[in-house]
Design a protein around this ligand. Structure first.
Ligand SMILES: Cc1ncc(COP(=O)(O)O)c(C=O)c1O
Length: 369
């Protein structure tokens, strides 16, 4: 049983995706254009934001968002050390300093209580991540941020709600990824920036094409952050299914809770916390366990795929050694990195498969004494 597979999704979307791609083949228009513009309208409606701008990846979404806020040399951007590399990598690429704040052990997201101490006159933006699909505590982060703009890293959280509103419209800019394994995945790389601010939206549109407006007049330095028409067409075909896929993930999460409870394992296996007002779309279903690496090997022997997101917190990555953080700087992130394990949760996962996962985990801990 794989951790994740798209093979089971393909029969559901095949007809729609083929039709969408045929449209692009007939148009022979491959970069931006009407397909991207239509996708942007549809996804803006889905997310409840005024502006959605298709870009080339989640990484480029973050890069463009930070560029739009003027992040550069000498600036600091506060973020979490427990995330995919791109969150802090984009800050560093702009010559700014990623300033890490430890996570809350409850939701693995940036701990708002630790935020005020990290804010300095150089703080140019705050970059929380809705990790694994669970909304960060945006009100608390917003209170601490004051007038400092917030960039939401929503790469893992498309469709997630916070107090009834979808993430991506809660800060200055939202950044999404359509990497094929994401809850809404393209057939290659793709991403999106969202905002409710018309000025930022205009700037983001220009940054996507090398800061150009009008043609061949460059008022700022941007990049090639364009989304292509084939990815937009695939995403348009898949978008109508997203809510039901997210719902299926939530139902699988409920089933895991029931199965782990029935197996009497909830003391040993810490399940994801369900928090009021903090939606979860279960991009990953991540538990905390003792003897994580042994358990992972045990499950692999039984053909059950798992993954560790993420084994090395960013403050301990070699490329960030120059930032001067050492082991022990962010104990919660380091503890999480040693304990987390992602179990299969994709929408098409069956009940018998989940039963097998839980039975295998029960067998492992029974043999551990
Ligand atoms: C939290 C987070 N941020 C950013 C990214 C970068 O997205 P992409 O792979 O589309 O560049 C990802 C996805 O891989 C991610 O999980």
């Amino acid at each position: 049983m794989p951790l994740f597979t798209l093979a089971r999704q393909w029969p559901t979307v095949e007809k729609d995706v083929r039709q969408a791609l045929e449209r692009v083949f007939a148009s022979q228009q491959f970069i931006l254009g009407p397909e991207v513009a239509e996708f942007e309208k549809e996804i803006a409606t889905f997310l409840g934001v005024k502006f959605a701008i298709g870009v080339s990846s989640g990484t480029d979404a973050l890069l463009a968002a930070l560029m739009a806020l003027g992040v550069g040399s000498g600036d600091e951007v506060i973020t979490t050390p427990f995330t995919f590399f791109a969150t802090a990598g984009t800050v560093a690429r702009l010559g700014a300093r990623p300033v890490f704040v430890d996570i809350s052990p409850v939701d693995f997201n940036l701990d708002p209580e630790k935020l005020p101490d990290a804010i300095t006159p150089r703080t140019k933006a705050i970059l929380p991540v809705h990790l694994y699909g669970q909304a960060a505590d945006m009100d608390a982060i917003g209170s601490a941020a004051g007038a400092i703009p917030i960039v939401e890293d929503c790469a893992q959280a498309i469709g997630t709600t916070y107090k009834g509103r979808k993430v991506g419209g809660l800060g200055a800019v939202g950044c999404f990824s359509f990497f094929p394994t994401k809850n809404l995945g393209a057939f290659g790389d793709g991403g999106l920036v969202t905002t409710n601010d018309p000025k930022l939206a205009e700037l983001l549109v220009d940054l996507r094409v090398h800061g150009m407006r009008p043609r061949y007049v460059h008022h700022t330095v941007g990049g090639n952050f364009r989304l292509d028409a084939m990815q937009a067409a695939v995403l348009r075909a898949k978008l109508p299914y997203l809510e039901r896929w997210n719902q299926a993930r939530r139902e699988n999460a409920q089933r895991y809770r029931k199965l782990f409870t029935e197996a009497g394992l909830t003391e040993t296996v810490k399940l994801p916390e369900e928090l009021p007002d903090r939606g979860h779309t279960y991009h990953q279903y991540v538990v905390r366990v003792p003897k994580r690496d042994q358990l992972r090997a045990f499950l692999a022997e039984r053909g059950i795929g798992t993954e560790v997101y993420y084994p090395i917190p960013l403050h301990l990555q070699k490329c960030f050694a120059g930032l001067g953080y050492g082991p022990g700087a962010f104990p919660e992130a380091e503890k999480a990195a040693a304990e987390v394990l992602a179990l299969p949760i994709f929408p098409e996962l069956t009940a018998p498969e989940q039963e097998r996962v839980v039975a295998a985990i029960a067998e492992f801990f029974a043999t551990q004494g």
